[in-house]
Design a protein around this ligand. Structure first.
Ligand code: HEM
Ligand code: 2DC
Length: 472
């Protein structure tokens, strides 16, 4: 017999008391650990209410499959009210990240062709390859200048550099040109933009549990910081968009080379300018921390596994020789590098969970769950579950090459029509970056430091990742 919704185990009766306990556990930064613990306590399904945030949580790939089959024609994620409130407050349009229903779908279909279709890769690859090459040149230069000659100055400058890399990478595909050029110095405007994104994420997480409208009324600092952060993001994006718009109007005839996503969308003339601006701003903001953190985690794992690192390097060197430097060909010959990125997202996912408001009633773990419920897949917990992954604590890129089942196990970018719009850009950028890094540097860790995750809306390393880069 199917058991009723009300019998799902968990703490969901007193949202305020739960919020208090959550806060005592420093839950705002420990969400991923608390979720793991809840699965340990309650089993593979639990119901929860923290503040005004109510959800059913699941962990099994087979259950994830049921969830995504019930996502309906207009898949809907958790509404991040801090983000919608800001736009309502400043009277700005929602982009594809925040839209829902038919409006989301019609925008997304058009964006898909320009942003995530495989056909666009031939346009993106040369731009991203350029950025990757410049990045490596910049790191070489930095190493020469530093006191310890062969050592990278340390993590913080490198982290900062990797953020500029990601910023330069999204900018180049969005605008067809390089912003915040990075051979000699970091453009202060780019730096400010990057700082604003970090602040925006950081100030979002408390507002997942406490309504932003309330925080706004009492003039809370998180809300004010959040507004300041988005203002900075939108101002920078507006400047970039204005530039391209102006250039486009001055140009006559069709451009010789690929003009970038923004110009393509403007010329296509299928979305309103306001819709284009809204989504391009989101793409810009979504494209910095996500990829740079994933790359840093990957280098961290490779530093801890030197033999594996040499295997990856050998694969890259062979791929370079076989494809005679043609980057698009090269990308077809690096399965282990791709496995490494999947493995990084398994152990260090950017998103702690994936969620959908289900469009129809479903049965999971023999419990009935009514349509409209917010169901979350604990992505971080799933990646570390020994029932799902053999020896989950081990970093093994080759597990993704074997024929064992990968059914609903590789979900770092989400799933289905609502999956990450930046996925192709992110994957390509990270693959190309890893190729250049492996070709140029041996990555070592300095001391034994266990780095863990901390939750600031996205999962971030809780301390600086210290790497030593030795030129090859
Ligand atoms: C959505 C992960 C990089 C833009 C998402 C989602 C995840 C995700 C899990 C939610 C998907 C779902 O609900 O099924 C990642 C990871 C990245 C990454 C792991 C890199 C390692 C990027 C980049 C961009 C971007 C580079 C922009 C260039 C977006 C946008 C959405 C999204 C716009 C919302 C799409 C929609 O609602 O239709 N991402 N992302 N992401 N991401 Fe990413
Ligand atoms: C955070 O409980 C934890 O890709 C919450 O590039 C549930 C939740 C909802 C939406 C998720 C968010 C989590 C993590 C960050 C994500 C976001 C959707 C998109 C966003 C996964 C899991 C991200 C980082 C986008 C950000 C784009 C941008 C313009 C801010």
């Amino acid at each position: 017999i199917v058991r009723p919704f009300s019998e799902i185990p968990g703490l969901w009766k007193n949202g305020l008391a739960n919020l208090y306990n959550f806060w005592k556990l420093d839950g705002f930064r420990n969400l991923h650990r608390i979720m793991l613990q809840n699965f340990n306590t309650f089993g593979p399904i639990y119901r929860e209410k923290i503040g005004y945030y109510e959800s059913v949580n699941i962990i099994n790939p087979e259950d994830a499959a049921i969830l995504f089959k019930a996502e309906g024609h207009y898949p809907k994620r958790l509404k991040v009210e801090a983000w919608t409130s800001y736009r309502d407050y400043r009277n700005r349009k929602y982009g594809v990240l925040l839209k829902n229903g038919e409006e989301w779908r019609s925008n997304r279909v058009i964006l898909n062709k320009e942003v995530i279709s495989l056909k666009m890769l031939e346009n993106f690859v040369p731009l991203l390859d350029d950025v990757g090459q410049d990045f490596v040149a910049r790191v070489h230069k930095k190493i020469q200048r530093s006191v310890y000659s062969t050592h990278c100055a340390g993590s913080a400058p490198f982290l900062c550099l990797s953020f500029t890399l990601s910023f330069a990478a999204v900018s180049s595909v969005l605008y067809g040109e390089r912003l915040g050029l990075m051979l000699d110095y970091i453009d202060p405007e780019a730096q400010h933009f990057i700082d604003c994104i970090t602040l925006m994420f950081k100030t979002t997480s408390p507002m997942l549990y406490i309504p932003p409208s309330l925080l706004r009324q009492i003039g809370a600092k998180v809300w004010r910081d959040h507004v300041e952060a988005w203002d900075g993001i939108f101002n920078q994006a507006d400047r970039c968009i204005q530039n391209i718009y102006r250039q486009l109007r001055q140009e006559t005839g069709s451009p010789k080379r690929y003009p970038g996503i923004l110009a393509s969308l403007l010329m296509l003339d299928k979305l309103s300018i306001e819709d284009i601006k809204a989504s391009v701003t989101e793409l810009m903001a979504g494209g910095v921390d996500t990829t740079s953190i994933t790359l840093l985690w990957t280098l961290y794992e490779l530093a801890r596994h030197p033999t594996l690192q040499e295997e990856l390097r050998a694969e890259v060197v062979a791929a370079r020789a076989e494809s005679q430097g043609d980057m698009q060909e090269m990308l077809k010959r690096i399965p282990l590098v791709k496995g490494a990125l999947k493995e990084t997202l398994r152990l260090h996912p950017v998103a702690v969970s994936l969620q959908r408001y289900i469009a129809e009633d479903i049965i999971i773990q023999n419990y009935h769950i009514p349509a409209g419920t917010l169901v979350q897949l604990g992505l971080h917990a799933m990646g570390r579950d020994p029932k799902v992954f053999f020896r989950p604590e081990q970093y093994q890129p080759s597990r993704w090459l074997r024929t064992e089942t990968h059914y609903f196990r590789s979900l770092g970018f989400g799933f289905g029509p609502r999956q990450c719009l930046g996925r192709r850009i992110a994957e390509t950028e990270m693959q190309i970056f890893l190729i250049h890094m492996l070709e140029n540097f041996r990555v070592e860790k300095q001391r034994h430091v266990e780095v863990q995750s901390t939750f600031e809306l996205i999962l971030l390393p809780d301390k600086p990742i210290i790497l030593t880069l030795k030129p090859i």
